[in-house]
Ligand binder design. Structure first.
Ligand SMILES: [Ca+2]
Ligand SMILES: [Ca+2]
Ligand SMILES: [Ca+2]
Ligand SMILES: [Ca+2]
Length: 487
């Protein structure tokens, strides 16, 4: 009996050594932002939750296999999927053209094959590249908000609306991982460089909104291409369902998306879900268990079928596309952005002598928030072992312009796990029996009502709330909520 376990243990140890020596995948919008953008874009196109989850997993695998040392060949190919190392407008144009040509050919083949899973894989994977252009390039810097008094909003034009002309400044993306000839700037990390990868970086919000607008247009274009090849097939991708073992596998893959991003702590990395601060020793245990488990159908789209190759073929930016790229049509979406910004979280200082602290026994809290706006839940980056933190948590969602008010639920949690048991639901509502804050936000007046009242729409007028005895796990939060036009 023993022998059966020796070999797996050895393989596991080797796997661990290779995985733990790998650099943290720092070549994209942080995975939580990709995850949220992919959901928003597909939900607004009417995709069901299973189809969205598959696209989210495939979007993440694009990152995972870009820096996974056990699959170096995949890494080399997938390195092309992040819009890195394009140093001139011409190279950027070549890349976009090739991406559109490759994507149209691939999704039309999937439609002819009636292969909805391949189509969802291609959607998740191609959206990864589309989103990365806006975080890795100087698009944000060359598309500044107009200096108009009283205008507060986000620009939304994409590469396809505003193709560069002779008078346009040079468009380029950052050098990754190191500086090289022709480059203007490094991609960089959380502290430096030109990336806008997470909300710890300058101008992240503007890059994120461009990424949203571009994702919407891209999904709309893919819809058109699929309809050309096989009318009606789009619907089978939107309503794609899995059951039994595949459902369990998808749930495990979704946990891997979150936990591996959240907990990565190798080569100096300290979390990669939405900025840093969430790294954990739990990473090793999780990554070993997940990689040792059988590959799901969703993973096999990458590892066995190499579906992404249809996208990466010739995708270097160095060659002109072999033919005219297909049009990515204009798309009118009347949306506003609602933004909730958390500025401060701390443990409450009224813990009695014999009462347990939030992170009992004896630790400091590991806070994270679950913010639900208009039915979409956003998980904001855990901040490991800090009693008091001014996080970068910025929750942005998109609602139709005619929306008069949105409902918001703010829940604060302490992450535990292992010997500490389940996560603890913190009390941030002074009312007895209520831990969360539930309220509505009116888009015209910015007035909140419910557990939050009044106008709290900027850093100078945050809402502050705290839990109260006799409830346990009491904490304090400060945040504001506002909205922006998209133009
Ligand atoms: Ca706890
Ligand atoms: Ca802790
Ligand atoms: Ca904890
Ligand atoms: Ca309470």
């Amino acid at each position: 009996m023993l022998r059966r376990y020796v070999l797996p243990a050895l393989v596991t140890a080797l796997t661990a050594a290779a995985l733990l020596a790998s650099p943290p995948g720092a070549r994209a919008f942080d995975t939580g932002h990709h995850y949220d953008l992919t959901r928003e874009a597909l939900a607004e196109e009417g995709f069901g939750s299973t189809a969205i989850q598959i696209a989210q997993v495939e979007n993440w695998l694009t990152d995972y296999y870009s820096s996974q040392p056990l699959q170096p060949a995949m890494g080399e190919e997938l390195a092309r999927m992040h819009f890195d190392n394009l140093f001139t407008t011409g190279q950027v144009r070549n890349y976009w053209g090739r991406l559109a040509i490759n994507t149209r050919a691939a999704v039309q083949q999937a439609a002819r094959d009636r292969d909805a899973l391949a189509l969802l894989t291609l959607l998740g994977c191609s959206l990864h590249a589309v989103q990365d252009f806006y975080t890795h390039s100087n698009w944000v810097e060359t598309h500044q908000p107009p200096p108009v008094a009283g205008w507060s909003g986000f620009r939304t034009e994409t590469w396809f609306d505003d193709p560069p002309g002779p008078r346009t400044p040079n468009l380029y993306t950052g050098a990754y991982p190191d500086m090289r000839p022709g480059a203007t700037e490094l991609h960089g990390d959380y502290d430096s460089g030109m990336n806008h990868d997470s909300y710890v970086r300058p101008h992240w919000a503007r890059a994120y909104v461009f990424g949203y607008a571009a994702s919407r247009r891209w999904v709309n274009a893919v819809h058109g291409w699929v309809e050309e090849a096989r009318p009606g097939f789009w619907e089978s991708a939107r309503t794609y369902e899995v059951n039994g073992g595949d459902r369990e596998d998808l749930d495990y893959d979704l946990r891997a998306v979150y936990r591996l991003s959240e907990w990565i702590n190798v080569a100096g990395g300290n979390g990669h879900w939405k900025g840093n601060g969430s790294g954990s020793i739990e990473f090793e245990t999780f990554v070993l268990a997940w990689t040792a488990a059988h590959d799901s159908r969703f993973v096999r789209q990458f590892k066995d079928r190499h579906v992404y190759r249809q996208l990466t073929d010739g995708l270097t930016g160095d060659q002109e596309p072999p033919s005219d790229p297909p049009a990515v049509p204009r798309l009118t979406f009347r949306r506003k952005a609602v933004m909730l910004r958390t500025t401060h979280v701390e443990e409450k200082d009224d813990v009695a002598l014999l009462e347990q602290v939030i992170d009992s026994p004896g630790g400091r809290a590991d806070f994270f928030a679950k913010v639900t706006i208009a039915g979409q839940t956003f998980v904001e980056a855990m901040q490991g072992d800090r009693s008091s933190v001014n996080p970068h948590w910025t929750t942005i969602t998109f609602v139709p312009t005619a929306t008069r008010e949105v409902s918001i639920r703010y829940a604060l949690w302490d992450e535990d796990g292992g010997t500490r048991g389940d996560d603890d639901h913190c009390d941030i509502n002074p009312a007895r029996h209520h831990r969360d804050l539930e309220f509505t936000f009116a888009l015209d007046s910015h007035r909140c009502s419910g557990d939050v009242t009044g106008i709290h729409d900027g850093a100078a007028q945050v809402f502050r709330s705290a839990g109260r005895k006799p409830q346990d796990d009491r904490a304090v939060v400060e945040f504001f909520v506002t909205e922006f036009d998209l133009r």
